[in-house]
Design a protein around this ligand. Structure first.
Ligand code: DON
Length: 555
């Protein structure tokens, strides 16, 4: 079944390289053309970047059922035109009845797929509360107006893309298994491009949220439907869990790389800290001189990734439950020291790398879409159900899919999750705790001015994809479209291998890396990166990953 989820990402169109779209007044890049256009319409109507983000989040819950959601969660990073920053954590939480051993059998071993499929795999959804909080703090247009496009799309339907037709056809039996009474996605067995997906129940749910806001989801009819759904399986989300769910404003994690300031998501995402540590680790090396995917460049980046992911496994978890040594992890001297000893002659085996140790004092220091509006406010969002179509459970009577985010916890110390990531105490399951994430919605400034907005899905590869996209622009002089489309690679400490795109590395670089002890493994799929670059004259250049249906829209 893990393969099933990965296979869903293989169902992607052939890359087509389009010209870089450039706009002056506002831009939205998202994973679906309809959602991007809805965001741009909101900007045209005078809405700001957060208004557009809210409208896009709800639109994606309709037109991108594989990941867009109201039954999942996410993170939003904001930079106001006035230079202020904010980060909103609307990550799911473990239900109150969750326990550290809930996915283990009597011998203490993880039960296959228990954290991946069905009602028990779901965390308490955070999206609706997150959108309400974002809108309350920054929104200009009315909540009703922002939800209307999603309501209409669910009610009247929309034509599915070729990739979506393949995803629905491929997932038919899994949806049927978890929803024997049928869903909007299973009314056909074989989907074709252009077939219309109508979601009447979802439309009714969205109308309730449109009318009642937070209470429309976390209390009353929809909350009861979620709890009823739990009872049809072995789920544990209660009315109390829903009533108590709150998204949280956190201080973004920031760091410097040359002339650039990185503004990203703090814990419970590992993304911001890991991204900043990666950039710090490579800052002292002449990447630009060595060139894009030269042997030395790849070695330095892989060795940095190996070390940073070892720290991720040990030190990162929900900061409300675990003391994350954030300051130490993003201190430049620590990253530089950590790269040593290092030799170009041979790969450092992961068995020789363990997590950094920090002095007790340091330990006490306690942390998809891109939008820019006409005033220069910027938003980067990553939102997810976790695996493609999450837990595959569609809440009966409410028409939305529940996440399988519980798998992002470390269900047993050292036991890999769906993405092969390992963890321990910091990311152990606990009631009300948030599972560690790799999502890395990020904004960059160059010399104090807004420079780039970037984000991607892709599980554990999110952090390294954002890392590479940034370096592609700032070190390897690629346009933003070239940067998001470029072949990628990834190392995450364990397993000790370099995953790479089919077209990554020349033959001679592959030979050199193999001789030096790197295990190279070709892999698809990769996360679809979306990004916006703000040019010197203030115009906006969009990059939408050709690996997916991603789309740049603007005016
Ligand atoms: O939070 C995380 O790190 C994962 N749940 C993200 C999932 C994801 O990116 C799905 N897309 N491929």
């Amino acid at each position: 079944m893990k393969n099933h989820i990965l296979f869903l990402f293989l169902l992607l169109p052939i890359p087509i390289f389009a010209q870089n779209p450039v706009y002056k007044n506002g831009m939205v890049v998202s994973a679906h053309p309809i959602a991007s256009e809805i965001g741009t319409d909101i900007l045209k109507k005078g809405g700001n970047a957060v208004d557009a983000a809210v409208a896009v989040q709800f639109a994606l819950s309709v037109v991108l059922p594989i990941a867009g959601n109201i039954g999942g969660g996410g993170f939003l990073v904001y930079r106001g035109a006035d230079g202020t920053y904010a980060a909103l954590d609307y990550r799911e939480k473990a239900p109150g009845a969750a326990t550290e051993t809930m996915y283990l059998d009597q011998n203490g071993n993880p039960v296959n797929h228990m954290s991946l499929f069905g009602q028990l795999a779901a965390g308490v959804p955070g999206t609706v509360d997150g959108m309400v909080k974002a809108h309350e703090k920054y929104g200009k247009l009315s909540w009703k107006e922002l939800l209307q496009p999603a309501v209409d799309l669910a009610e009247n339907g929309f034509p599915v893309t070729e990739a979506q037709a393949r995803e629905f056809t491929f997932s038919h039996s899994t949806f049927q298994k978890w929803n024997p009474e049928g869903t909007s996605f299973t009314i056909k067995k074989e989907w074709k491009k252009g077939d219309i997906l109508v979601q009447k129940e979802l439309s009714r749910t969205l109308k309730i949220i449109q009318k009642k806001g937070r209470n429309g989801f976390y209390k009353g009819k929809i909350a009861s439907l979620i709890v009823d759904e739990m009872k049809t399986g072995n789920g544990i989300i209660s009315l109390e869990d829903l009533k108590n769910y709150q998204s949280v404003w956190r201080t973004p994690v920031t760091g410097e790389y040359k002339d650039y300031t990185i503004i990203s998501m703090p814990p419970p995402s590992s993304g911001g800290i890991a991204l900043i540590s990666l950039l710090h680790s490579v800052e002292g090396f002449p990447l630009n001189e060595w060139g894009f995917q030269s042997d030395s460049t790849v070695q330095i980046m892989v060795e940095a990734e190996r070390r940073v992911y070892a720290d991720r496994a040990e030190h990162l978890g929900d900061p409300d439950f675990y003391n994350v040594p954030q300051e130490a992890l993003i201190r430049k001297e620590n990253s530089l020291k950590r790269m040593m000893p290092f030799s170009f002659d041979r790969a450092t085996p992961s068995s020789e790398i363990s997590a950094s140790t920090f002095s007790p004092k340091e330990k006490e220091e306690t942390t998809h879409y891109s939008i820019v509006d006409k005033d220069g406010n910027a938003v980067s969002v990553t939102t997810t159900l976790n695996g493609g179509f999450g837990s595959f459970v569609v809440v009966k009577g409410a028409g939305f899919i529940l996440n399988n985010e519980m798998d992002d916890f470390s269900v047993k110390p050292g036991s890999p999750n769906m993405y092969g990531l390992v963890g321990g105490k910091a990311n152990a399951i606990g009631p009300g705790k948030r599972m560690l994430s790799s999502m890395t919605p990020t904004i960059l400034e160059k010399n104090g001015k807004l420079f780039m907005v970037v984000r991607t899905p892709g599980g554990s590869t999110i952090i390294t994809s954002v890392f590479q996209t940034i370096l592609n622009v700032v070190e390897f002089d690629k346009t933003i479209q070239e940067a998001v489309a470029a072949p990628r690679f990834h190392h995450q400490w364990l397993p000790d291998e370099v995953l790479m795109d089919k077209t990554s590395f020349s033959d001679s670089v592959r030979d050199i890396l193999t001789q030096r002890g790197y295990k190279l493994t070709e892999r698809t799929p990769w996360g679809r990166v979306d990004a916006i670059l703000i040019k010197e004259d203030g115009s906006l250049e969009g990059g939408a990953d050709p690996r997916g249906d991603d789309h740049v829209s603007g005016f």
